[in-house]
Design a protein around this ligand. Sequence first.
Ligand code: AMP
Length: 283
Amino acid sequence: MKEAARLARAENKIVGLVPTMGALHAGHMALVDRARRECSQVVTSIFVNPTQFGPKEDLAKYPRTFEADSQKLAAAGVDAIFAPQPADIYPPNFHTYVNVEGLSDRLEGRSRPGHFRGVATVVLKLFEICQPTYAYFGRKDAQQVRIITQMVRDLNLDVEIVICPIVREPDGLALSSRNAYLNLDERKAALVLNRALTAARDELASGTRDPLLLQSTMQKIFAAEPRAALDYAEVVDADTFEPVTRVSRPCYVLIAAFLGKTRLIDNLYIEPAPTSDDLVFHF
Ligand code: AMP
């Protein structure tokens, strides 16, 4: 892969990288399609990264569908699939990890200790190996892409991060490889994430700017769905990921919840409209 990357750079190719853990769905493919439009060479990595899973998480049972994934990527016109084995990425005596301080400690980082250290480490390695001009990430994992952007800035990496919108099922459930774990009942109940975010959006649209009101609305919606257990529902500054006291600058409403054993996340991104008191929603 490094050899191919060197060659591409020597030929002045614009290389787009789409890092994934496989089990590809339309959310991943939207990143691939955007990369295809913007780059002269597209690399998709498929790697279920062990260092970003906690000891009690779903590493062993995470869906692995390499054959189907490669067919989808070939049909989408991807130039290369980089699918290393764990021992290629973490050989014996591996000792170096990347820790993006502060941003990694809250929300997903608090619920999943060590998660972002694993993410930042593997993404830096993927950047070094694939040498992309652009790397494509979904807003679905909002805190992740914020941390990656910080790492790129802090370590002077020669890659530009492109953030793509969340792709949803027709009923509003955000696509996720982990949706495959849901039984029928959990699948129905999983719509509670979308309901809570929609309610927050509607309250914002009708003028509410107090995050505590939005939080209490979302908590009530979860309280009415006993099959879901809320991990967090928070309104944070889109830059610092710290809680805000008023929605008046770019913010995220972030939700994490358990449906049975399956942990799902979703979010609503909010920007003030440039010329009025209105808000623009990315949902
Ligand atoms: P994963 O395979 O879950 O690590 O995801 C790989 C990339 O796809 C990440 O940048 C995710 O944010 C992105 N992604 C996952 N689900 C979606 C979705 N529903 N919409 C947009 N991007 C997504």
